[in-house]
Write a protein that binds this ligand. Sequence first.
Ligand code: COA
Length: 464
Amino acid sequence: MAAGIDDVAIYIPRLYLDAADFANARGLDPVKLQKGLGVSQMAIVDANQDPACLAANACLRIMEKNNLSPDDIGRLYISTESAFDESKAMNSYVIGMLEQVYGQGSFEHCGGVETKFACVSGSYALYDNTNWIRAGEAEGKSALVVVSDIAKYDMGSSGEMTQGAGSVVMLLNDKPRLLEFDPKVTSTSIKDEYDFYRPFGKETPIVHGQYSNLLYMIQVRKALEAYKKRVVATNLIEMKEGETILDHMDYINMHLPYSNMGKKALAYLVRHEWRQLPRWKNILEQIGTEEPIPKDPRGTIESVLGDEEFMAKDHEFTKMFTKTQEYQDVYESKLSSSLIASSMIGNLYTASLYLGFRSSLEFEYQKGVDLEGKRIGFGSYGSGSSAMVFSGVVQPEYEDIVKSMNLEAEIGPRRRLTWSEYEDLHENKLTPEESKMHTKKEFVLVDVKTETESRGERRYVFTN
Ligand code: COA
């Protein structure tokens, strides 16, 4: 049975921190953020928003847009790494909010859980729900898979310039208008690591940024190796002599903790694939040097990162490689459109890959590309660590959905924060009543109880 993504909706907080204001306050060159990281604006949650209400707002949008009733939804899964309760699952809060609009008990038989594995858990949720549909268990119902996060780092840390917030919801069913997933090729890699994690009770993560970047690329490459084997074993794609699997992906969507990480990861994967092919000779001739090799080629990530001479040479080599016309063609045609939304919104952890997917559909369509039949590859990564590589094909009815996509309109009118407003929000100095925006027809947080017997209970309302 076919299964895939029928529609996508987003909810992005309207407050944002501008990269230039951030650089100014932190004494950084704004070009580092804008060009070095690809960060122009970072969405910041208001004092009356949390990841559950971002998710509920995205769900309401997709349900209203598709005229869905609660009876149409068999499962509602939430993937997040911004959980605020160790036991109560975030989908229960979302159902509580949606029932304020659709009626008490209207989602009574909508099963689901909250899933966790840093930024990759949404991909696992998508895969599990796709298989629920493929197995015939859905009986005509759809699943909502929501990825919702607040990427918040310590004040003054190097991660602070890669913040953001938002929610993406995907409607899955057996007649997907947007993307049908390729069966039996989804591949994973996993390794116990401490590149990025958030211990109990801590609001912000402990991050080893450069370590995490390299681990991300290594893990996705391993998952890609497994994907290639499955593609060949299942005869999904016929590979000819001198080709790479990436030649058969019309688009490649990567996990985007910041926009330029997509560029880095693509360059890493393409280098790895091309170095085994005849075309690599021509690339090396253009660059004028052999690929640098670390002093200890079988060493650990730490030893590679600590090999300063290698790192400097490799950085230079990557720069030259990404300037070749051959790489530029891959970058422009397969990745660039997916990065636009990330630059405008920032890091969405679990949601960043899917915001990229949404971005690539909208901006490729605007270029006038006919997307029908195009294969999209996904490189998903979650710290801690696991990667997932999978693919799908854009369906004939895609235009019904994509023609009305408009990122700016869907974000709505934005408000640029001053530095002191940002500091107040970051340090949780404001109560929900002191929110900066007063939005209409949206779910907002009004109260978090502090009394011993009800500590942590949250109350939300739908604003008029
Ligand atoms: N003008 C233009 N570019 C500049 C610049 C300037 N003045 N200063 C630096 N840059 C470039 C650097 O060359 C680098 O580009 P490159 O990656 O192509 O080499 C980029 O900007 C970033 O600079 P860098 O020095 O590497 O930044 P950093 O070490 O201060 O921090 C991160 C960058 C991404 C490691 C840090 O923000 C972080 O840890 N973020 C969190 C990431 C995360 O969440 N990871 C886990 C999930 S995958």
